[in-house]
Design a protein around this ligand. Structure first.
Ligand code: PSU
Ligand code: MN
Length: 306
């Protein structure tokens, strides 16, 4: 058995909640360090934790700080992740390097799932997941998030995938990997800023209890791996599909001209989309993440009762 304490610090509040079978919701830090500007990200980080508490669950923001895996951050640590000076973006392949070299990094969906599983947490709220990039059939740029969903027992609540990705191929990949893709009250997989992508989900799970039952069935049968829950952005914060498609095409061309590749593509796209929409996309991003935190908390509450 691995000695968890050798690598990981879990706050007493989170450790006690997990041990007592109480609802806990994991949160990622890449959305803070590489997904939103400072200081808006710091305000967001505080508020999303409050939303989870208001639903009766315990928030667990994940990060790697000076080589230590962290479940639950202090205010000073949150501040550090949000200022993001020298904070790396850490996916699965980067994890052993930052740990051994005692570096500091923000966790992606993939690494947040890994840390959640180590801490015994089964529900995670994020904004959008990584996926198969447009042109991925040539570049092979496929986010490690998809492999993690295949293997790690965490239910991930997201607002779908951005149109910077090839949503069709992302869903095909998830099917191949055996990952159930559920809609929360929708039959259409959401497209992050927009409520609909035009691609269907595997099942419209009408309530958080339905999601919890499906997750429990998967894990009780020993199927392992994760589930992806698509929760559409609330109508009043949704953006116009055609307008966003235009913005995203423009920003994709900018990335191409600037020669941006690999792990830098998503942060580049996010920053320029905020600029190109005059900050509107940031408002939407914040609200859809809050909405996911609420849904994830309710799923965690239901799971804790099953
Ligand atoms: N999509 C977003 N916002 C984000 C990310 C994706 O709308 O902040 C982040 C998440 O942390 C996700 C990561 O796990 O980007 C995917 O990066 P890559 O494609 O390099 O795996
Ligand atoms: Mn990539």
């Amino acid at each position: 058995m691995m000695d968890l304490k050798q690598f990981m610090d879990i706050t007493p509040e989170i450790a006690e909640a997990v041990a007592g079978g109480k609802p806990v919701v994991a949160l990622e830090s890449t959305i803070l360090s590489h997904g939103m500007p400072y200081p808006e990200n710091l305000k967001f980080a505080g508020e999303i934790e409050k939303i989870i508490r208001a639903e009766g669950a315990v928030p667990a923001t994940m990060a790697v700080i000076d080589g230590r895996l962290k479940a639950g951050l202090t205010e000073a640590e949150l501040q550090r992740m949000c200022e993001a000076r020298g904070v790396l973006k850490v996916s699965r392949r980067d994890l052993p390097i930052v740990v051994a070299e005692k570096l500091t990094g923000a966790t992606t969906v993939a690494t947040t799932m890994i840390l959640a599983r180590l801490a015994g947490i089964h529900v995670f709220a994020t904004g959008g997941i990584g996926g198969v990039h447009r042109g991925g059939e040539v570049t092979m740029d496929i986010s490690a998030d998809l492999q993690e969903l295949a293997h790690t027992e965490v239910a991930v609540v997201c607002a779908g995938a951005k149109m910077i990705l090839d949503i069709g191929r992302t869903l095909e990949y998830l099917e191949t990997m055996g990952v159930p893709v559920l809609g929360l009250g929708t039959s259409d997989f959401p497209a992050f800023y927009c409520r609909r992508s035009g691609f269907g989900v595997d099942f419209n799970a009408k309530t958080p209890l339905d999601v919890a039952k499906i997750a429990k069935a998967k894990w009780d049968m020993g199927l392992g791996g994760g589930l992806l829950i698509g929760n559409p952005v609330p109508e009043e914060y949704a953006m116009d599909f055609d307008k966003m498609s235009e913005v995203i095409d423009r920003v994709l061309r900018m990335a191409d001209e600037a020669g941006v590749k690999g792990k830098d593509i998503t942060p580049f796209m996010l920053a320029h989309i905020v600029e190109e929409t005059g900050g509107d996309s940031l408002k939407t991003n914040i609200q859809l993440a809050f909405n996911n935190a609420r849904a994830a908390s309710r799923i965690a509450v239901e799971l804790s009762k099953l």
